[in-house]
Design a protein around this ligand. Structure first.
Ligand SMILES: C[S@@+](CC[C@H](N)C(=O)[O-])C[C@H]1O[C@@H](n2cnc3c(N)ncnc32)[C@H](O)[C@@H]1O
Length: 256
């Protein structure tokens, strides 16, 4: 996978206006057969999965204001419940998840659990996106929510994956407002995250924004990239141009 070169780095102010724009481009290019989103809220990001054959949104308290994508279905459960009580493989008909977006509970250990659980349902060539990986400041990136814009300490997941899973390709895109990490080269057989979960939490949960402020760039390595460079980080599209989602096939809300 090519490293983005200096010519691919866009100037501050260029690139995608926000993460919705980047998500739309990722959907348009990757064309996932199965898309999984943890944390749907109003359905703004979920509606961008309009081309996915199957789009599964997971949220215990969705408050939909945007239309469901044609292949979309909301499961009103927490992500933990998805992986413990709901059989995701049954929901997908045994297909692996091509593309996933983690944007549920905003604490490090929740995002880590989400990533580890999702990876088991991926193929090596799948793509996992993690929202909120570029913290703005100490207040909005702390574990306690006191502000409207709040990324929580999800950013620690990038620190964790870089340290414990050097086999993964992790790129932290600095897209407003709080960044989006792209993870590829997945290993659904890896047990590293599950086996070392306690140690990871002991080490990283107490870490604060101020602790990493001096090493911010080296730990998170946020990059502002144009689409050409981002495309170079991605696997080939998951399907060709002829397969279209079937309208309403999986639409609906409610428990699995
Ligand atoms: C920031 S919002 C998601 C925004 C949405 N992805 C977007 O960009 O348009 C976070 C959502 O995660 C949901 N959430 C909180 N804890 C969760 C959990 N344990 N599992 C799944 N979703 C959760 C909340 O109910 C909330 O709707």
């Amino acid at each position: 996978m090519p490293e983005p070169g200096p010519l691919d780095t866009v100037a501050q102010g260029d690139g995608f206006e926000d993460y919705y724009g980047l998500l739309a481009a990722l959907h348009g290019y990757l064309r996932p057969r199965v898309y999984l989103e943890i944390g749907v809220h109003e359905g703004h990001s979920f509606q961008l999965a309009s081309d996915a054959l199957m789009a599964i949104g997971v949220d215990p308290e969705p408050n939909l204001r945007f239309p469901l994508p044609p292949g979309g279905r909301i499961l009103r459960v927490t992500s933990d419940e998805l992986f413990t009580k709901v059989d995701l493989a049954t929901v997908t008909g045994g297909q692996s998840v091509d593309m996933a977006f983690i944007d549920g509970a905003h604490l490090f250990e929740n995002a880590l659990t989400d990533f580890a659980n999702i990876e088991r349902h991926c193929a090596r060539g799948s793509t996992v996106l993690i929202h909120d990986c570029v913290p703005i400041d100490a207040v909005t990136s702390s574990r306690a929510r006191t502000t409207v814009v709040w990324s929580g300490d999800v950013w620690k997941l990038v620190v964790c994956l870089r340290r414990w899973r050097p086999d993964l390709e992790v790129t932290t895109i600095d897209v407003p407002p709080t960044g989006l990490a792209i993870v590829t080269a997945l290993d659904p057989t890896s047990s590293v995250l599950g086996d070392n979960f306690g140690e990871m939490c002991t080490e990283l949960v107490p870490l604060t924004y101020d602790d990493i402020a001096g090493d911010f760039d080296s730990l998170l390595r946020p990059v502002r990239l144009g689409w050409t460079a981002i495309q170079g980080l991605l696997p080939a599209p998951y399907r060709g141009i002829n397969e279209r989602p079937v309208g309403g096939r999986l639409s609906g809300t409610g428990p699995a």
